[in-house]
Design a protein around this ligand. Sequence first.
Ligand code: AMP
Length: 217
Amino acid sequence: MLNIILMGPPGAGKGTQATRIEDEFHLPHISTGDMFREAIANGTELGKKAKAIIESGGLVPDEITIGLVKERLAKEDCASGYLLDGFPRTLPQAEALTEMGPEIGRPATLVVDISVPDEELIKRISGRRVCPSCGASYNIHSVPPKEEGVCDRCSGKLIQRKDDNEESFSLRLSNYHQQTAPLIEYYKGQGIYHGFLGTVSPDSLFEEIKALLEANR
Ligand code: AMP
């Protein structure tokens, strides 16, 4: 069973790999960041609570995020696998997932962690463009779309995220080191951790990840 957690600092290439995994393995791609951005765009109560936090680069409170993921994972389309992208990001979130996973018959089975040095992440972030319609990620320097400003996958109009600025990014990176990086040891302890170097090309990285997923499907 492929119940996957995709981990890594902001800008590591999680979004790019998630799109490829989703297309190749037909797993529902559950990105908490995309869920929050959609809530903001729709002006829902959740969106109102999350907007300022996300734009400044902070983390949405655990109880809100955990509730959202629990509801999403319980849906029927996650019964034969899922790809969690951007969750868990804190130890309480990881512990909640460890508890809720078996409860709803969906325990995480594999952690795919992409690591990239901070200096490289800082370089990458200004070039990032995303598709708000299908969630695909690009980089104008290293992974450009075929046509400038247009998504290869769904022809949506590409945008630059509001939190991809220097100030928000530095908070996101420091939150990653303080709150998310400790999950590496947590998942090593559970025996489901697999680390990958995100400095190779997106194609090579996908081949490595694909080999792991094929061996575990
Ligand atoms: P992402 O698209 O994964 O980079 O997420 C964008 C933003 O959404 C993050 O910087 C946080 O503000 C918020 N967010 C996404 N996932 C989580 C999470 N698991 N816990 C708390 N905040 C989150």
